[in-house]
Ligand binder design. Structure first.
Ligand code: ADP
Ligand code: MG
Length: 382
């Protein structure tokens, strides 16, 4: 396995093993960069980074998924010269050095069973596992917020993806059998019991990867900023959509460009749904999640316009099936996954129903993944 492969490739044993999970968001999408609330959990799929120090200030990385080994001087990585997948690791290593970490070169082996580019945040799993491994070999003590910020900065500046903070914090802070209620402004969080007995979390991959997703994401961020500027004009204390009530949004609908009003309506109403879903989970009332998830999907589809035909199809198929408590698109959208909470006893008939529906539409079967809420990132060997 990993340690053996490391030894084979690099001719010496690994010193550190770090592991970080992917995540799925139960509810609260496009709220994180608006300083709002999210409710993700870690999936039981992980990225592992096996690491050992080098004296010569070079980074050498092998990724089993990429099927290649790439090497560069630690302070001299350039996006134009190396494959894109190395940007996440180069970012984490460079930013750690910039913070003054005693990090020289390193050899790294990356293994992962998180689907790449499938909306379960293999990117955050990779950054977080790399950051954990590299802080460990450099003897650096960073708390979870520092690690999350560093990983996000790596994703922004090196990988060129303007992501929020949810993915990194979910990968870092999740705890088995709980969902993570996270306030993306204060970074306060709560582990809400989510020990599934009669239910499972079922994730259905639409298979759609939209080429325009990144520019559309940036456009949504811009539209939200436009909305914030409008509300700040009414009340100077408004810093983000987090500070705006649903009543104010409704009262101002006609005073804003229709698209901007719709985007604000999604974000502000989604924050309320996250709170309501968290409250239901605190009561142990999983069945009550259903209507909130359905409303979230409609809002992402109609107000935020980040769903797509396949996601809508999967959601409407599931909604018509017995044993489905709730379902919605999850993540940034324009493709990616649907998350569903379903009765364990109904999982086979639900899978069969999805297979039938894909056949009727003349599409390949949608890949599915079952999970419970898993643990966050950890050092397995130090
Ligand atoms: P997601 O985070 O939803 O999986 P992203 O597009 O944000 O999708 O991140 C996927 C990218 O992250 C991959 O294309 C690859 O560049 C990088 N990546 C993630 N995991 C690995 C891995 N194990 N090995 C190499 N690259 C990886
Ligand atoms: Mg990602």
């Amino acid at each position: 396995m990993g340690p053996d492969e490391f030894k084979q490739r690099f001719g010496r044993p690994c010193e550190v093993i770090a592991r970080a999970p992917g995540r799925v968001n139960l509810i609260g999408d496009h709220t994180d960069y608006n300083e709002g609330f999210v409710l993700p959990l870690a999936v039981e799929r992980h990225t592992r980074v096996f690491a050992a120090r080098r004296d010569d200030a070079r980074v050498r990385v092998h990724s089993s998924a990429a099927g290649e080994t790439i090497e560069w001087p630690i302070d001299d990585w350039a996006a134009s010269q190396f494959p894109h997948w190395t940007s996440y690791i180069a970012g984490v290593a460079s930013l750690l050095r910039q913070r003054g970490a005693r990090l020289n070169g390193c050899d790294l082996l990356i293994q992962s069973d998180v689907p790449l580019g499938g909306g379960l945040s293999s990117s955050a799993a990779l950054e977080v596992a790399a950051a954990k491994a590299l802080t460990c070999i450099s003897g650096e003590a960073l708390d979870s917020n520092d690690v999350a910020d560093l990983c996000r900065e790596a994703e922004h500046r090196f990988a060129g993806v303007p992501c929020g903070i949810m993915d990194q914090l979910a990968s870092l802070l999740s705890k088995r059998d709980t969902a993570l209620l996270l306030d993306c402004r204060s970074r306060a969080y709560e582990h809400i019991p989510f020990a599934l007995v009669d239910h499972i979390v079922l994730i259905i991959d639409s298979g759609v990867r939209h080429a325009l997703a990144e520019s559309a994401y940036a456009k949504r961020v811009e539209e939200c900023n436009h909305a914030v500027a409008h509300f700040r004009g009414l009340n100077a204390a408004v810093r983000s959509l987090r500070d705006v009530s649903i009543e104010t949004v409704r009262a101002q609908m006609l005073q804003m460009p229709p698209l901007v009003a719709a985007r604000a309506h999604h974000v502000v109403s989604e924050n309320r749904r996250v709170q309501a879903a968290a409250e239901a989970l605190r009561r142990g009332d999983i069945e009550s999640l259903g209507p909130h998830m359905a409303a979230s999907h409609r809002s992402l589809r109609d107000d935020y316009e980040v769903s797509c035909g396949e996601l809508d199809e999967i959601v409407s198929s599931l909604t018509a099936m017995r044993g489905v408590v709730g379902c919605r698109m999850t993540g940034a959208g324009f493709g990616g996954c649907v998350v569903a909470i379903v009765h364990r006893a109904a999982r086979e008939s639900i899978q069969a129903g999805l297979l039938r529906r894909a056949g009727e539409l003349g599409k390949p079967a949608w890949a599915t993944l079952e999970t419970r809420a898993g643990d966050g990132a950890t050092i397995e060997l130090a």
